[in-house]
Design a binder for this molecule. Structure first.
Ligand code: SAM
Length: 883
């Protein structure tokens, strides 16, 4: 089995998994037989092998194989209870268990010993002993794994309405469903005063599936094993997601929307490889680009373990944001995937942090779900499967979406995996056998026209066109999941108040039982690291130990969060919400700046390319800085200084700043520079006989500083220090062009061993990080000094670069080209700017990443310190005036 890549017509590469070394298999029967280990099968005796297989107990085969047989019609889902009753685990196409059946099952005694008893040839579950559990515990866990509702539609009754009815009416909510929504929110409201960390700790313990993830991670060596990994494994093993066609042709293509950090992909990889699924697998993924400076941290999951190492297979669209909610993205994606002949499986797991307004989660994410569904319906191949995460399904827009999916697919199921936290609202809509784009084309064309975040203003379908029979089913579905969620939250609240020893023991028992159930039911098999998507990761922000900054720093409960939202900026400053940053800055001393040792790596710039994207309105996130610090700084700039650049000149002068922190004098900076140069000479890295000089970039005057190095000053670049910080930070194309221009001029003046002092605003963007990488490659060592100014938002850091080596000519030429492009874009009012010119894989490597984090943190904390100090002084003096 190997993981390789194929080139598309456009030169794109997609990851391809080839199982068992068989690139193409002529028939599904052949593939299936071979996978199941029926030996010496070839194409001629494949059918007889399949017959033999059909005689084997389906439970002894891995899930993909069972799925295949079911699809082939060879096996009907077998009744699993020894009593011959309805199986406890819900399979597709079956009605949910009714309350009576459940209580029946509780009384029914030890019938629900797991299937282990029935399948004698099966090995005991991985990592667990031959434990037995009481009937109550078994029934409880069986129920946990049975949260499935199937729509089971009536023949020909659910049809798409006339086109004239589309997007013509306002939304009208359904009273019965609104009642469900309100009753759920009433219970959720009881959580508002709970301390978030304590509540999370509590629900982590009461979560019956809470031990599964760590067990799976260890016992089957699962890559990127998160909750999402386990959830998707449950879905994969519970529904025939992979269409027959993929088995028959030995080729599987999948597309994963809103997928960062990528656990669904890792889960699918595990499933295919560990069960030796006989096909080439190609995948493509979408998500909000975690490296795009204008994307909001709150909307993303900042874990790039997979993304950083598989960047070629993530499509971020023409504007590089990865935002699926634009029409341009959809068009670009269709183009990007055009070399895949058909897409068999699409997953869409989009969501974002709705903690600010949890009661309206469904409405808040409805536009995102619409875009995911339209994208899927536009790209999925006939007969394909679609898995869409949704939350509660109470609102008119969700009803419409569910109706659309029911009209577009042969089967629709709503499934809540056991490993999805029982107290949250998320469910997965599993749609099987797509009828094809042609079947719904006129509607899709209209839906695409309404693409964007505003599309849900008018209702997709009016009330009167949705059949009663559908509404009835849908209401049943909502009530089914509502009941479980309500029960879980109420039980969690009860246990939060008081949980006795006995209850703790019972919960522990349930959790152990859930692990066994999971392992047996889904027959997980180990996978060697060799078969992982990322065998060895050494790049990415996630490798940076400082990456996982503390979230929710300022509040502990939901109510506290709400109070914080109502506070004005001044109130927050007065209450000391930002003091920790200022304190950290006061503790910062000269000589603390980190070092970046020169690299011996060759600059392979012939493999690089320039990436352009939409002009940045603001820099909201950065892979090179702690998200919390950047967020606090942006708030400070916005609220205290009105965004800095738009500032009325009078506004700024009225503020007086007195800096209580260290200002590094020029003398201090030069003495550091000198000692660094001496060190290099001592280590004989630089010839002592060389007349070393120091180039000062952008310094206009030197206040009689005594230094021990001959100086050369690049006067014409003095503007560099006059640039002030704004919400755009170093993302301002004018600043970037000036900086690059200075750099190119300066580097031409340097000789081997020389030093350079270069002022820098910040390095939040990929563009600036690219330039630091260039410096990293052509100097022996770089460090920084910060602050150098007592005025807030003025350029406040300098890079001290020592031991100039060389800048290879091709790199110089490349940078010249970038510079020319910047100049053209700047002078043409173009809507785009250069975002990146050094590949992300290079910028995300250890030492450089650490250096940039330290540099940016020092700069941001210093800005914050000065702004907050100024604000606090103003508050104090106005209080004094009042008294
Ligand atoms: C729950 S996570 C997905 C987890 C993923 N399935 C996994 O297995 O690791 C939700 C993702 O939706 C993404 N998302 C939210 N809004 C989006 C948008 N407009 N476009 C693309 N992705 C979006 C978020 O960035 C986040 O990564």
């Amino acid at each position: 089995m190997f993981c390789g890549s194929v080139g598309g017509a456009s030169g794109r590469r997609f990851p391809v998994l080839v199982a068992c070394g068989e690139a193409k298999l002529s028939s599904g029967a052949f593939s299936a037989a071979k996978v199941a280990g029926v030996c010496n099968v070839d194409a001629r005796n494949a059918s007889s092998a399949l017959r033999r297989l059909r005689c084997m107990s389906v439970r002894t085969l891995g899930p993909p194989f069972r799925t295949y047989l079911r699809q082939e019609g060879a096996v009907t889902p077998r009744k699993e209870g020894p009593s011959g009753k309805q199986p406890r685990e819900q399979k597709w196409g079956m009605a949910p268990l009714s309350a009576e059946k459940l209580s029946d099952s509780r009384r029914s005694g030890p019938r629900f010993k797991f299937n282990l008893k029935m399948s004698k040839c099966r090995k005991p579950p991985l990592g667990s002993g031959p434990e037995t559990f009481s009937p109550d515990v078994l029934a409880d866990i069986a129920e946990l794994f049975a949260k499935n509702f199937s729509y089971g539609k009536p023949l020909n009754e659910w049809q798409l309405p006339e086109m004239s009815e589309i997007f013509t009416y306002d939304h009208m909510e359904f009273n019965a469903l609104l009642d469900l929504k309100n009753s759920l929110n009433e219970v959720k409201n009881l959580l508002s005063d709970k301390k978030l960390d304590e509540w999370h700790e509590h629900t982590a313990f009461t979560n019956k599936a809470g031990k599964i993830i760590s067990h799976v991670r260890k016992s089957v060596n699962a890559e990127l094993c998160t909750q999402a990994w386990c959830k998707f494994h449950e879905i994969l093993c519970s529904f025939p997601l992979i269409p027959q066609e993929a088995f028959q042709n030995g080729k599987l293509n999948s597309l994963h929307l809103c997928e960062a950090p990528g656990a669904f992909i890792a889960s699918l990889n595990h499933y295919l490889k560990s069960h030796r699924f006989p096909c080439e697998w190609t995948w493509v993924a979408n998500t909000l680009n975690p490296y795009h400076e204008a994307n909001d941290n709150l909307m993303m999951i900042m874990d790039d373990r997979l993304i950083a190492n598989t960047l070629d297979w993530w499509y971020f669209g023409p504007d590089n944001t990865g935002d699926i909610m634009t029409l341009k993205y959809l068009t670009g994606l269709q183009n990007f995937t055009s070399t895949m002949d058909t897409i068999h499986l699409i997953t869409a797991d989009g969501s974002f942090d709705c903690q600010g307004n949890p009661g309206e989660q469904e409405a808040l994410v409805s536009s995102l779900h619409y875009c995911e569904a339209v994208t899927a319906l536009m790209t999925l191949g006939n007969g394909g499967s679609f898995v869409l995460k949704m939350f509660t399904l109470f609102e008119h827009c969700s009803i419409n979406l569910m109706y659309l999916l029911n009209c577009s697919f042969d089967q629709v199921h709503v499934f809540k995996p056991a490993t999805s936290k029982a107290g949250n609202s998320e469910v997965y809509v599993v749609c099987l056998h797509y009828k094809g784009r042609e079947a719904i084309n006129p509607l899709l064309s209209k839906m695409v026209l309404n693409f964007g975040s505003e599309m849900t203003r008018k209702a997709l379908f009016p009330h009167h066109v949705i059949p009663e029979s559908f509404l009835k089913k849908h209401e049943e579905c909502c009530a089914f999941f509502h009941k479980y969620q309500l029960q879980t939250i109420s039980e969690n609240i009860r246990l939060f108040e008081c949980m006795g020893k006995e209850e703790q023991t019972k919960l522990n028992n349930l959790r152990d039982c859930a692990v066994q159930h999971f392992m047996q039911k889904f027959q997980l098999k180990p996978l060697s690291r060799n078969n992982w998507l990322v065998k060895k990761s050494n790049i990415g922000c996630s490798t940076n130990t400082k990456w996982f900054g503390q979230r929710n720093r300022y509040f502990r409960t939901y109510n506290e969060r709400k109070v914080l939202e109502t506070l004005s900026w001044k109130d927050k400053v007065a209450k000391g919400y930002f003091n920790s940053w200022a304190e950290e800055h006061v503790a910062y001393h000269p000589g603390q700046g980190s070092f970046l040792e020169g690299t011996t790596a060759n600059l392979d710039c012939h493999l690089w390319h320039v990436l352009e994207g939409k002009k940045l309105p603001k820099v909201k996130c950065s892979p090179f800085c702690d998200g919390e610090i950047l967020k606090a700084l942006n708030e400070a700039i916005e609220k205290s200084l009105g965004g800095a650049l738009n500032l009325d000149p009078n506004f700024r002068t009225k503020k007086q700043y007195y800096c209580s922190c260290h200002i590094f004098s020029e003398e201090l900076i030069f003495s550091e520079l000198f000692s660094l140069t001496r060190e290099l000479q001592d280590e004989q890295l630089v010839e002592p006989s060389n007349q070393i000089k120091c180039l000062l970039v952008g310094f206009s005057a030197l206040n009689e500083t005594k230094i021990q190095l001959p100086l050369e000053i690049v006067q014409e670049t003095a503007e560099l220090t006059t640039f002030s910080c704004s919400l755009l930070h170093d993302g301002d194309p004018a600043y970037q062009q000036l900086f690059l221009n200075c750099l190119l001029q300066s580097l031409q003046r340097l000789h081997t061993g020389d030093a350079m002092v270069l002022p820098v605003l910040s390095c939040f963007t990929r563009f600036m990080a690219g330039l630091i990488y260039i410096l990293h490659s052509c100097f022996r060592s770089i460090t920084f000094s910060c602050p150098t100014s007592s005025e807030p938002l003025r350029t406040c850091a300098v890079l001290l670069c020592v031991g100039y080596q060389d800048l290879p000519n091709p790199v110089f030429q490349y940078l010249q080209n970038v510079n020319e492009l910047l100049s053209v874009l700047l002078h043409s009012d173009a809507p785009q700017q250069v975002l990146q010119f050094v590949p992300m894989e290079v910028l995300l490597k250890g030492a450089l990443l650490d250096f940039l984090w330290d540099l940016n943190a020092a700069i941001a904390k210093r800005h914050l310190h000065l702004i907050i100090q100024g604000e606090q002084e103003e508050i104090t003096s106005s209080l004094e005036l009042q008294n």
